[in-house]
Design a protein around this ligand. Structure first.
Ligand code: PMP
Length: 401
């Protein structure tokens, strides 16, 4: 029956982990996967999460199904975290929100909703480059995917002129996907003043902004600061779509906790939109899982745990910022590695686009047991006090050839 099914290509990122696992060298480093590691290179379960789980166990909750759109306390708190307590649509009860299977599920539900109900376009513009999964995910949702310029290889920074030109030339009403903060894979974000210009173009061209916020808190260490773009757009009167993930900022990767929301014009409109979100979710997976939503909701609704969580998010963000500074010093001052390395310091969030080319990445894997995606992206979280010097030395050797 399946004789005509062609073998698909392996996932580029998960393939790296396979190669890493097969390498038994004690110096091996995995910089491919986008999951936080602590100073010992170990996965990190947040204390706020452990305490929330203790509270949940003690409460002896049952395992009944959640409603189609999830745990209402969680969705309400997730919206508050993203939009802010004083957000106008939130206070008007005009934000439609559903719990999702993490950020990926949020993007998929959002893509499907827009393909079905957004009246002005079926085209979504995503940045080049973008998180690899955006492209198949939106195509599978029924949208056509096009691109706007984002990254300038020469400056290893934002191609702001290219971005503005491409959005200005997009057809009126098109959907535009914006990384709310900590752009993956480049680590390059617009400044606040650049966000204001983007908001103006979006208004002028009547584009529909769809924010992907997978790293709230991870960029600057402050969940409020990282929500700037989302809140600014809403304050300017844009209606937006928003995907949220709690994978990174609560370390809940495998628990799959996320939310998709849309701001609407009124409570009455919100109710109609809600009903259609349910119609999308019900035949897909009926209702979302329980445990992760309880963890996130316990943290977001308990002032003490919330405070502890904020401290831990900042701790993770700060450790990454320290690694950036240290790597910059090593390459730039200690080894005097040819090239300009200040982007390592200025980039934001979990990833750095190093500027290393495919050949150099290959050499690093084969000779130094260091694994990363072939576009030169490294997860800064994979670096720590024990391996960063070896990493910098190996980069230096690869660059010198
Ligand atoms: N969007 C971006 C930009 C991401 O980097 C990721 C995670 N790599 C996601 C969405 C989704 O992740 P998850 O489904 O684990 O929340």
């Amino acid at each position: 029956t399946w004789s005509a099914v062609p073998a698909g290509p392996p996932d580029p990122i998960l393939g790296i982990t396979e190669a890493f696992k097969a390498d038994k060298d004690s110096r091996r480093i995995n910089l491919g996967v986008g999951a936080y590691r602590d100073e010992d290179g170990k996965p990190y379960v947040l204390n706020a999460v452990k305490k929330a789980e203790e509270k949940i166990t003690a409460a002896k909750l049952d395992k009944e199904y959640l409603p189609i759109t999830g745990l209402s306390g969680f969705t309400s708190n997730a919206a508050k975290l993203a939009y802010g307590a004083d957000s106008v649509p939130r206070n008007q009860n005009a934000i439609a929100v559903t719990q999702t299977i993490s950020g990926t599920g949020a993007l998929r539900i959002g893509g499907t909703f827009l393909a079905r109900h957004y009246p002005h376009s079926k085209t979504i513009y995503v940045p080049t480059p973008t998180w690899g999964n955006h492209i198949p995910l939106f195509k599978d949702s029924g949208l056509e995917v096009k691109f706007y310029r984002y990254f300038d290889k020469k400056t290893v920074g934002l191609d702001f002129e290219g971005l503005k030109e491409d959005l200005q030339n997009a057809p009126e009403g098109a959907i535009v996907l914006l990384h709310a903060c900590a752009h993956n894979p480049t680590g390059v974000d617009p400044t606040q003043s650049q966000w204001k210009d983007i908001s103006d173009i979006v208004a002028e061209k009547k584009l529909f902004p769809f924010f992907d916020m997978a790293y709230q808190g991870f960029a600057s260490g402050s969940t409020d600061r990282d929500a700037f773009a989302v809140r600014y757009f809403v304050s300017q009167g844009h209606q937006i779509a928003l995907s949220q993930s709690f994978a990174k900022n609560m370390g809940l990767y495998g628990e799959r906790v996320g939310a998709f929301s849309l701001t609407t014009a009124s409570e009455e409109e919100r109710k109609r939109v809600d009903s259609q979100l349910k119609i999308i979710v019900r035949p897909m997976y009926s209702n979302p899982p329980l445990h992760g939503a309880h963890i996130a909701n316990t943290i977001l609704s308990d002032p003490e745990l919330y405070q502890e969580w904020e401290g831990e998010v900042k701790g993770m963000a700060d450790r990454i910022i320290n690694m950036r500074e240290r790597l910059y010093q090593l390459l730039s001052n200690d080894f005097r590695t040819p090239g300009e390395w200040s982007h390592v310091k200025s980039q934001i969030g979990m990833f750095s686009f190093t500027g290393l080319n495919k050949e150099q990445c290959k050499v690093l894997a084969e000779k130094a047991h260091i694994y990363m995606t072939m576009d030169g992206r490294i997860s800064m979280a994979g670096l720590n006090g024990r391996n960063i010097e070896y990493f910098a030395k190996s980069v230096d050797a690869a660059v010198r050839g």
